[in-house]
Design a protein around this ligand. Structure first.
Ligand code: C2E
Ligand code: CA
Ligand code: CA
Ligand code: CA
Length: 280
């Protein structure tokens, strides 16, 4: 058994070293990505279910890597968090998103909002300087309520002082707060009462199981009703089928996002999509 254990070790050691070498390389390259103009932001439309109109979009980061091709967040966000690069990336995505929201408001819809994903790291000591974010909004004359900050349940559960202080400051500045991936963790709608949430994004995992059952719609409707009483609007994400969309709309869901409506688009594509709707 001992011999076998050693063999296994010998077999895996080079593999492990290879994997971490790749991670170190990627971490170094990520440092250059920002200055090297290699990051991109895509925008996925968020549709008002009653009217079918695009009212918002979620900013999703991509890395156009010089040799590895187009990388998604799953390929580099964790590394960015561990090296601290996430703060610079987060600042950059925020500014791109805010600029684009300003443009959409001028061209198409004065109430257009943009949603930006945030890592817990950005809320911790040494994280994002949200004061600078507000200064930037002031500079481009975009009202803070045009920006929705998406956070994950784990951030709310962290409940440390710095996180709480930053959430409160954003709320006071009238930046909107949205809870991402609802239904994949432990939070109940009632628990959310203590946070100043404006939106709840329900994960496809929450409704795919429900939608089949006879009570699925009723359970969704109860959840949506409770959220509405608390002043929280609901965005259903990952919508791929018209059947799911109808179930959620009939349950009172306010907005939907997913391949049913559109994949994530470049800023140009989103602008022309909204333009074509304006003309119709
Ligand atoms: P998320 O916030 O839950 O974003 C939704 C993800 O689902 C996106 O993947 C989107 O492209 C994908 N998606 C949209 N519609 C559908 C659909 O109908 N079906 C399916 N199966 N998927 C759909 P993406 O762009 O790869 O982003 C993955 C995650 O990376 C995001 O999950 C978010 O947590 C994170 N992320 C993205 N951009 C940023 C960023 O700028 N900063 C940070 N910290 N995280 C980001
Ligand atoms: Ca999100
Ligand atoms: Ca608020
Ligand atoms: Ca999500």
């Amino acid at each position: 058994a001992k011999q076998q254990g050693r063999d296994r070790f010998n077999y895996f050691a080079p593999f492990m070293q290879e994997a971490s070498r790749a991670r170190v390389a990627l971490a170094n390259e990520l440092r250059d990505a920002l200055c090297g103009d290699q990051l991109r932001v895509l925008f996925q439309p968020i549709v008002e279910l009653d009217s079918g109109r695009i009212r918002k979009a979620e900013a999703l980061v991509r890395w156009q890597h010089p040799t590895r091709g187009l990388l998604g967040p799953a390929d580099f966000i964790t590394i960015a968090e561990h090296t601290g690069a996430i703060v610079g990336i987060g600042d950059w995505v925020f500014r791109q998103a805010a600029r684009h929201a300003k443009r959409m408001q001028q061209l198409h819809d004065p109430d257009f909002q943009v949603a930006v994903n945030n890592s817990a790291w950005q809320f911790r000591e040494g994280g994002s300087n949200f004061g600078e974010w507000l200064d930037f909004l002031d500079e481009i004359q975009l009202h803070p309520r045009s920006v929705i900050i998406e956070v994950k349940e784990s951030l709310l559960l962290e409940a440390n002082h710095e996180v709480g202080r930053k959430l409160q400051a954003l709320h006071e500045a009238e930046i909107q707060l949205s809870l991402d991936d609802f239904g994949t963790g432990y939070c109940s709608v009632a628990f959310l009462k203590r946070y100043n949430l404006d939106f709840l994004k329900i994960d496809p995992a929450f409704f795919t199981n429900l939608a089949d059952g006879a009570d699925g719609g009723a359970i969704c409707a109860a959840m949506v009703g409770l959220a509405h009483k608390m002043g929280i609007q609901i965005i259903a994400e990952g919508l791929e089928t018209a059947a799911n969309m109808r179930t959620l709309r009939d349950a009172g869901c306010d907005f939907g996002q997913g391949y049913l409506f559109s994949r994530p688009l470049s800023g140009e594509e989103l602008a022309s999509l909204m333009g074509s709707v304006d003309k119709s």
